[in-house]
Design a protein around this ligand. Structure first.
Ligand SMILES: N[C@@H](CCC(=O)N[C@@H](CS)C(=O)NCC(=O)O)C(=O)O
Length: 207
C-alpha cells in the first residue's frame, strides 16, 4: 500500500496536487505530519519515517521514495491511466525524466542559491546561473505551452512550483510567467491549497 507523508504548505503540497491530477487521492493513504520549518515553528514528527524528518515522503510496503522528482516519476508510473507522464517506450520519456532530474539537480540549487546570495565560480560551473536556467525553461516553452510541448505533464507541476510559491523568484520572461500562471490555475493546485488551508479531511486510508 502506498502511504504519502504530507505537511500543509510545504514542498509536499506539489505531491498532494499531483495525487489529485492522477485521480489517486482515495488510492493512497495520506498522512499529515508536522515538520520543523525554517521560521523555527513546528517540530520533527516521529510519525514521519523520512530519514531526516522531511516531506514529501512516500512508502510502498517496505520500500520508500524520497525527493519530489523521484516521487513524481514513481506515482505517474503507478497511475499511468491519468496520462501525466510519457511511459517507458513512449515519445518524450527522456525529456520528461530529464526535467524531473533537472529540477532536483539544478533548478532547486540555483533558486535556493539565489535566495542565499551565493556568488561563487564553482557554484556557477556546477549548476550555471538563473539566466541560464530561465533560458532552458523559455526555449522549451517557446515550442509549446508546456515543457513537453502541447502536453501538460507532471514535469510542469513540479518545475513551476517554486515560482508559484515565490513569485519574486520567477524570471521576468513572458513565456515563463504565462506558463507559471497556466499551471498554478489548474484545479488540482486549487484543491491542494484548499486542503492545506484546513479543507475537508482527507481519507486516512484508501477506500
Ligand atoms: N529535496 C527535497 C526537499 C524536501 C524538503 O526540504 N522539505 C521541507 C519542507 S518544504 C522539509 O521537510 N523540511 C523539514 C526539515 O528540514 O526538517 C525534495 O524536493 O523532496
Amino acid at each position: 500500500m502506498l502511504t504519502f507523508y504530507h505537511s500543509p504548505n510545504s514542498r509536499s503540497t506539489t505531491i498532494l496536487a499531483l495525487l489529485h491530477e492522477l485521480g489517486a487521492t482515495d488510492r493512497v493513504a495520506i498522512r499529515r505530519v508536522d515538520i520543523l520549518r525554517q521560521d523555527g515553528t513546528g517540530a520533527r514528527d516521529p510519525a514521519n519515517p523520512h530519514p531526516e524528518g522531511k516531506v514529501p515522503f512516500l512508502t510502498d510496503g517496505a520500500d520508500w521514495v524520497r525527493e519530489r522528482g523521484a516521487i513524481v516519476a514513481y506515482l505517474c508510473e503507478r497511475f499511468p491511466e491519468a496520462g501525466l507522464a510519457p511511459m517507458p517506450g513512449e515519445p518524450l520519456r527522456g525529456r520528461f525524466l530529464s526535467w524531473l532530474s533537472y529540477y532536483q539537480g539544478v533548478m532547486e540549487p540555483v533558486v535556493v542559491g539565489q535566495v542565499m546570495g551565493i556568488d561563487h565560480p564553482a557554484f556557477y560551473a556546477t549548476f550555471r546561473d538563473t539566466a541560464c536556467m530561465a533560458e532552458r525553461l523559455a526555449e522549451a516553452l517557446r515550442a509549446g505551452p508546456y515543457l513537453l510541448g502541447e502536453r501538460f505533464s507532471a514535469a510542469d507541476l513540479l518545475l513551476h512550483s517554486p515560482f508559484a510559491w515565490f513569485p519574486q523568484m520567477c524570471p521576468d520572461v513572458p513565456e515563463i510567467k504565462d506558463w507559471v500562471a497556466r499551471c498554478a490555475a489548474r484545479p488540482a493546485n486549487e484543491w491542494a491549497r484548499v486542503q492545506d488551508a484546513g479543507g475537508p479531511e482527507l481519507p486516512a486510508e484508501p477506500a
